[in-house]
Design a protein around this ligand. Sequence first.
Ligand SMILES: Cc1cc2nc3c(=O)[nH]c(=O)nc-3n(C[C@H](O)[C@H](O)[C@H](O)COP(=O)(O)OP(=O)(O)OC[C@H]3O[C@@H](n4cnc5c(N)ncnc54)[C@H](O)[C@@H]3O)c2cc1C
Length: 399
Amino acid sequence: MQSTCVIGGGPAGVMLGLLLARGGLPVIVLEKHEDFFRDFRGDTIHPSTLELMYELGLLEKLLQIRHTKIDHIAAMVGGERFEIGDLTHLPTHAKYVALMPQWDLLNFLSEEAARYQGFILRMGWEATGLIEEAGVIRGVRANTPDGPRKIRVDLTVGCDGRHAVSRQAAHLPLIEEGVPIDVLWFRISRRSSDPEIGVGYVNYGRLVVLINRIDYFQTAYLIAKGGFDQIQQEGLDNFRAGLERIVPFLAGRAKEIDSWEKVKLLSVQINRLERWSRPGLLCIGDAAHAMSPVGGIGINIAVQDAVAAANLLTEPLRSGTLTSEHLEQVQRQREGAVRNTQRAQVVAHGVLNKVLHDPGPIKAPALLRIATSLPGFQRLAARFVGIGLQPQHIRTHPA
Ligand SMILES: Cc1cc2nc3c(=O)[nH]c(=O)nc-3n(C[C@H](O)[C@H](O)[C@H](O)COP(=O)(O)OP(=O)(O)OC[C@H]3O[C@@H](n4cnc5c(N)ncnc54)[C@H](O)[C@@H]3O)c2cc1C
């Protein structure tokens, strides 16, 4: 039986750890933070991921955690509401996106993984490099609370996100797509009379998405890339007034943002590795292909990567026959879906870029009006966002 070290306890890493351990394999997951509790993680668990939870027999238990549901996707463009997607017809057990703080999902998955003997999670362990011998990756160097350690394994999987140490240390070449947007991320209190479903509000050169976290809205405020300095120079009063103008029902609440400290700038990237693997090393999730927040699909794609990797690698790891060819198969299986999804995100960025440079008030484009009134459009859009391209299914069995 061969051993695995997963770098990074995000959606890709924790899911892969769970699946390998469930398959009876020894796996150690390293997470550099002491906990999963970080605000900037996305919140969306899409029907494709919920379906995987169903296949693992975990759906009912997961949904006991406090969450909200989105079964329709809508946008308010210049004060006019457009229905973009209807998820209620999807061929999945859960026909909605569950909105749940990502730390709840990661805690849940890691607790489930800990039921299996082979699973080890090390919080506060930060990978600093790879152990390489004769061109083969043989494990990970890490800083731990007890000092530096070397972890020797047969397979290392980089799930360490957009600034992955794994891919840098392995010198895997990266292809960058230009991205014209960044996101400002902050909280605004929510009242029981507010809309249940988070909607995108587009107007006056801005797009604001409100994510319902029950007591408050986690707010994503899209700006042109590099534009935060100018927004700060224009002052908080201006920023708050702009927010209330775009989302009128927040009137009186923008004053909760009483300092720029409460507004985090999240830099958006889209990129991908030419090669996701080298002998002894595989990268998946954002480490192999950083996703934009557009569509809120990055978490789900990372989870799909983990499932594909577990499906393809469990047997070779179990029989001690893992080769580079097995690692390359993971890229072949996932690359098409990832590239086409990124292409769609690039197209969406083009549209958003136009919106961000139109000081408004915006007039809904005719194309949006025509598209959303076409029969089948809402179901198709829901399928793309909710299930995605080439959805994966659990093919492994508990040991
Ligand atoms: C502003 C913004 C908002 C987004 N919102 C959404 C959303 O709502 N829904 C959605 O589906 N997607 C969203 N995305 C995309 C999504 O965040 C990513 O696609 C997804 O998190 C990728 O998962 P991952 O497991 O590959 O990587 P990550 O989630 O980035 O996880 C990587 C993990 O590795 C750890 N790590 C990093 N380096 C090391 C190291 N050296 N040693 C040990 N551990 C390490 C990190 O601490 C982290 O826990 C958003 C992206 C952005 C930029």
